[in-house]
Design a binder for this molecule. Sequence first.
Ligand code: SF4
Length: 251
Amino acid sequence: MKIRIREIRAKGVLSKTGIPGMRYCINPYVGCAHACRYCYATFMKRFTGHAEPWGSFTDVRVNAPEVLRRQLRRAEKGSIIVSSVTDPYQPVEAHYRITRKCLEVLALYDFPVDILTKSPLILRDIDIILKIKDAEAGITITTDDEKARKIFEPGAPPVPARIEALRRLHEAGIRTYVFIGPVLPMNPRVLAEQAGPYADSVIIDRMNYTERTRRLYRQYKIEKWLDEEFIGGVVSELTDRLGGKGHCVVL
Ligand code: SF4
């Protein structure tokens, strides 16, 4: 898909969030080229005047690092997630480096920082993540199966690249977690074997996204993955296999 990129200026980038355990979120971009078919963040189109399909535009908040620095000076302490309604390491970040510059600012302040992405581009920033006193990096891995990834996350990096990113973050000494959400068609044993050794903790979130994607399940004849009981069994297997590795939370 062709992505339309636009530079914009933001008034604020450190926003309050309702995400459990987090006080703030930082979104360096508006929109997300990963174009996940289940994406929960498409509501952002309404707030930002975009009529284009989700995944076909990215607005770059070019002044995000300066604005963040100003906001952090006055902000009460609290955990920050990067990001919540965009992926901070979507392709445009390779050029603009807005996420990296925001992390450089965060390293000067004493806020716990949680970075969540689907992209191995995060590896570029290991040096700066190590400078943040209390940092954790999460990689979203929703399946072990590239066929499923291509159906549901057409613009996002391949699964093996994400597992490799998790491994390298872990081996660099960064606290890591794997975020399994939503639970896409997968082999839970394979996913647990591949990701488990490199995750200090695990979050499994079934997410209520099937209304958006039901048509795809029919089209690819994978409707059994819509069955609540069946998914429940997959989540139990993931929990059994990953629970022993560390902290495993099921949302
Ligand atoms: S990576 Fe996250 S924000 Fe981006 S499209 Fe996928 S679900 Fe949405």
